[in-house]
Design a protein around this ligand. Structure first.
Ligand code: AMP
Length: 289
């Protein structure tokens, strides 16, 4: 695996690969890698000729400076994991390569409801920062295909909207959520949990599964109340349970009126914020752009 830290070096390597007719797959991450990330790399390896994974903890998408400071950084282990799945290129830039002084990387896009609900409501500015860094990375890597996880469903929806608004000729490939044995969605943040809480955190996916089982028997309001009650038991404290249209992310009133419906949650435990979602109705994968 080749490792690049400088934009110019990466770009000149990719330019040669493109000239040789190779297609480029891209997996942007913030590191502290786990099998969820590796599944994206493997999918990219399967679908493209050369896979670039980036590790960059993007300061502009953290609305809480303590969260940024506490974000796990495990570069040596990440390099070993990426090598184990034969990732072709790792891009590991310092902040000044992504945001060099004088370069305007800001974006003026309209994500309307999509960026205002759920994560957008509870993490102000998060999606502007996320879109800014993904766009900057896409301009550097110029991939043919971009691989993202449904674990961050809202993020993926916003990136899809960004690609459409900017008319970028990049295929967005949405990849399924990889989970621990107890159902907990794999996340870099899970390493901040105690072993006991990690074992008990299966309750999040279990609750989403129960909501799905009850879809025909309860109203949307009742389903949300049921989910909140179950996910607000000490030490878990749900921030929200939301049932939304999978295309627009608008909250739904009646599930029957929509073809694609997803339940979302964010849950605090041991000062760690965990997110998860489950498709209640319709497509399980969102490869539609
Ligand atoms: P992050 O490093 O958390 O910014 O995630 C980088 C990419 O990996 C994003 O596209 C995530 O959606 C994806 N990802 C993170 N966790 C998982 C998971 N458990 N299963 C599948 N994809 C994931």
């Amino acid at each position: 695996m080749l490792i690049f830290k400088k934009v110019a070096d990466l770009q000149s390597h990719i330019a040669k690969q493109k000239k040789a007719g190779l297609s480029i797959g891209f997996v942007p991450t913030m590191g502290a890698l786990h099998h969820g990330h590796l599944s994206l790399v493997q999918r990219s390896k399967h679908q493209t000729n050369s896979t670039v994974c980036s590790i960059f903890v993007n300061p502009t998408q953290f609305n809480d400076i303590k969260d940024l400071e506490k974000y796990p950084r495990t570069t040596e282990a990440d390099i070993a994991l990426l090598s184990s799945v034969d990732c072709d290129i790792l891009f590991l830039p310092p902040v000044e390569e992504i945001y060099p002084p004088g370069l305007d990387t800001s974006l003026d896009l309209d994500f309307s409801v999509m960026a205002a609900v759920m994560e957008g409501e509870f993490r102000p500015g998060h999606f502007d920062g996320m879109a800014q860094v993904v766009n900057r990375l896409l301009e550097i890597v110029l991939p043919d295909q971009l691989f993202m996880g449904q674990k961050d469903f809202q993020q993926m929806s916003i990136v899809r909207s960004m690609l459409n608004q900017l008319k970028k000729p990049i295929k967005l490939v949405s990849c399924p959520i990889i989970r621990e044995e107890n159902g907990l969605a794999m996340s870099s943040r899970n390493r901040r949990l105690s072993a006991e809480t990690k074992a008990n955190a299966g309750v999040i996916f279990e609750t989403l599964g129960l909501v799905k089982e009850k879809v025909d028997k309860m109203s949307v309001e009742e389903l949300i109340a049921f989910g909140l009650k179950r996910l607000r038991q000490d030490p878990f404290e749900a921030e929200y349970v939301a049932i939304c249209d999978g295309f627009t992310l608008q909250e739904v009133k009646n599930i029957e009126d929509h073809d694609f419906v997803v339940v979302f949650t964010a849950v605090w435990v041991e000062k760690v914020r965990l997110i998860d979602n489950l498709v209640l109705k319709g497509k399980t994968y969102l490869n539609i752009n």
